[in-house]
Ligand binder design. Structure first.
Ligand SMILES: Nc1nc2c(ncn2[C@@H]2O[C@H](COP(=O)(O)OP(=O)(O)OP(=O)(O)O)[C@@H](O)[C@H]2O)c(=O)[nH]1
Length: 201
């Protein structure tokens, strides 16, 4: 008997942001429900996957957690190219990390997919006493640039599932065809066979 299966969507998502803003912690919270107080700095990038069901679809996230250290900056395009979504993370206690997030957003606007779903995450929202980035300022910046904005805490898990859920809802349901960017190699004899068995003119 036929079943009405939900549409399954594979979505590559990348996390970008300054060193120590909590990218790995957000991913670990979302994927494993864990938080590590002394999370090690990422080298290069790390890959995770997690599936999330939303109203009309099941989204299988392929998550690239990039390294925030400046020396890995040149690797970033490898991870954001072809990504359906990006989460740009700053630390609400660190104004410089907010400025760095803006630079990432400019880079994605210039070089990422034009239909990429972008979210801005003000992480470490539990550290309210040390807050240095005003919510309103970040919210306005996000609105002006067409991003979804939320303050998160990987430590308390506040808004972590929510940000992935909101992204999953916004990812286009009709995905572009997965044609490889390179050449299609074809064996000449196969080409001839194809021609021979095809159409007559
Ligand atoms: N209080 C608090 N600390 C957090 C939170 N998220 C991460 N941290 C801490 O911040 C530090 C850096 O977290 P990471 O997840 O390694 O940050 P990252 O952005 O992945 O860092 P890089 O891999 O070096 O780019 C760790 O000690 C975390 O425990 C949070 O929401 N609240």
């Amino acid at each position: 008997m036929a079943t009405t299966a939900n549409k399954t969507i594979n979505a590559k998502i990348v996390l970008l942001g300054d060193v120590g803003t909590g990218k790995s912690s957000l991913v670990l919270r979302f994927v494993r429900g864990q938080f590590v107080e002394f999370q090690e700095s990422t080298i290069g990038a790390a890959f995770f996957s997690q599936t999330l069901a939303v109203d009309d679809a099941t989204v299988k996230f392929e998550i690239w957690d990039t390294a925030g250290q400046e020396r890995y900056h040149s690797l970033a395009p490898m991870y954001y190219r072809g990504a359906a979504a990006a989460i740009i993370v700053y630390d609400i206690t660190n104004l410089a990390s907010f400025e760095r997030a803006k630079r990432w957003i400019e880079e994605l606007q210039a070089q990422g997919n034009s239909d990429m779903v972008m979210a801005l995450a003000g992480n470490k929202a539990d550290l309210l006493d040390a807050k240095n980035v005003e919510t309103e300022e970040a919210k306005t910046y996000a609105q002006e640039n067409g991003l979804f904005f939320v303050e998160t805490s990987a430590k308390t898990s506040s808004n972590v599932n929510n940000i992935f859920y909101e992204i999953a809802k916004r990812i286009p349901r009709v995905q572009p065809s997965q044609n490889p960017a390179g050449m299609v190699l074809m064996d000449r004899s196969a080409e001839q066979t194809a021609r021979a068995s095809c159409c007559s003119y």
